[in-house]
Ligand binder design. Sequence first.
Ligand SMILES: Cc1cc2nc3c(=O)[nH]c(=O)nc-3n(C[C@H](O)[C@H](O)[C@H](O)COP(=O)(O)O)c2cc1C
Length: 181
Amino acid sequence: MENFEQLCQKRRSIRKYKSTPVEQEKIEYMLRCALMSPSAKRTCPWEFIVTRDEAKVRALQACKTYGSQMFDTATAAIIIALDPTLCHNTWMADGAIAAEHILLAAAEQGVGACWCHIHERGIETDGAEDREGAARFVRELFGIPEGYEVLCAIALGYPDEERKDYDPAKLKYEKIHNEKW
Ligand SMILES: Cc1cc2nc3c(=O)[nH]c(=O)nc-3n(C[C@H](O)[C@H](O)[C@H](O)COP(=O)(O)O)c2cc1C
């Protein structure tokens, strides 16, 4: 990989992982990258909870009805929680940027990763979703204090599936508007 565009091409969501654990140094590299992410007024509202404990990683599968199956094989996870009192209307943006730094740092190191959304997600029963459920589940599992918003849990592991790189020739260039919509 030679430049940032090639890293963006290569970063894909990976949801199936080999059992080989992700090295602690690689996770620390991702976390340093996350700690360098921009945040509104540099409030740094994020907290990163790291787990390499198999039981906890597997438990995350049950946090919501859809889209958490990657924790079936993930070997680690990083949960991003935020203090909304530091930045009431930007916490989600601040958390998302930190998450993207982690996803890109993982891809750069050959580690597969996938964002599992937690905020306002939960268990669906008879078509109704308990929209506080996933956050409550994750808060209890990791002892996250009340008042913190739980944005997402990033699954990590060495890829056990092939995803195609993005092809610059096939991007949605129609989304770009020059000077005027
Ligand atoms: C805000 C956000 C929430 C997401 N939530 C989930 C999720 O809960 N479960 C999941 O499997 N993937 C989730 N994803 C991953 C997307 O499905 C994925 O990024 C998208 O399909 C594009 O594929 P790519 O990441 O391979 O480019 C999420 C991504 C974002 C940015």
